[in-house]
Write a protein that binds this ligand. Structure first.
Ligand code: CA
Ligand code: CA
Ligand code: CA
Ligand code: CA
Length: 241
């Protein structure tokens, strides 16, 4: 664009142009939005395969340095577990799965504990996602309302001790800041797009990677998963009841 002769080219307007450009860059970066996308806190019988799935709804890759998930006990509103996400990053429109047993949870990116039963079953309980400036950027209360973690209204969906299912954002990756509207029962889809219903719909993401990319991933030792960079094998878990 030629701005010759345009009043915006005057020296006094150059800072404004720079500010506008910076604003556009910051706005682009701010569009990165990490969401709690799916949670399986209850499995038939013992809870040995719990997971939490995050989704990057933004348009750019986001470092998770300084990000954390707090799990909140509804009986006393206290954090009973803290999951530090530092050392990971998440590509745009990709998923991040936290679990305790990758042999039971497909596409698990962060095996952060070997403990089973690490997510309480209500009622109610909650989980909240915080960014690197300690802003609560997403939260979900389940099996009832738990202030301030319920977004607008509590979801009616409940995980089950008899049916294979999870609480899933439906449509996948969509956030209207209303837990009731946003979450419903989904079949298990750790690391992939959420699907309404029940059962185990897990698929291995690696199989969807084109061959050259799969070879590259294997060679680079990135645990065979796309979209995730991992700076450390394990990280701290902090629990308090
Ligand atoms: Ca549980
Ligand atoms: Ca479940
Ligand atoms: Ca159970
Ligand atoms: Ca999913």
């Amino acid at each position: 664009m030629n701005l010759s002769g345009n009043r915006f080219t005057s020296a006094k307007n150059i800072p404004a142009i720079i500010a506008f450009s910076l604003s556009a860059i910051i706005s682009s970066s701010a569009s990165a939005a990490i969401l709690i996308n799916e949670i399986d806190y209850d499995q038939p019988g013992s809870d040995t395969a719990e997971f939490i799935e995050l989704f990057n709804n933004g348009n750019s890759s986001t470092s998770l340095d300084g990000y954390r998930i707090d799990l909140i006990n509804g009986s006393n509103s206290r954090v009973y577990r803290h999951i530090d996400l530092s050392g990971f990053s998440l590509n745009s429109k990709d998923y991040f799965v936290i679990c305790n047993d990758p042999s039971q949870v497909a596409n698990c990116n962060d095996v952060f504990t070997s403990s089973t039963g690490w997510i309480q079953n209500g009622a109610p309980d909650a989980l909240a996602l915080y960014d690197n400036e300690n802003n609560r950027i997403d939260s979900l209360a389940y099996e009832g309302t738990l202030s301030p973690f319920t977004e607008t209204a509590a979801t009616n969906a409940k995980d089950s001790n008899t049916v294979i299912t999870s609480l899933s954002r439906l449509p996948d990756g969509t956030d209207s800041n209303n837990n009731q509207t946003d979450f419903n029962l989904g079949c298990l889809t750790p690391g992939t797009a959420n699907i309404a219903g029940t059962g185990n719909c897990s698929t291995n993401k690696v199989s969807a990677v084109p061959l050259p990319a799969a070879i590259w991933l294997f060679a680079s030792g990135l645990l065979g998963l796309t979209g995730i960079s991992r700076a450390r094998p394990y990280h701290s878990v902090n629990t308090s009841s």
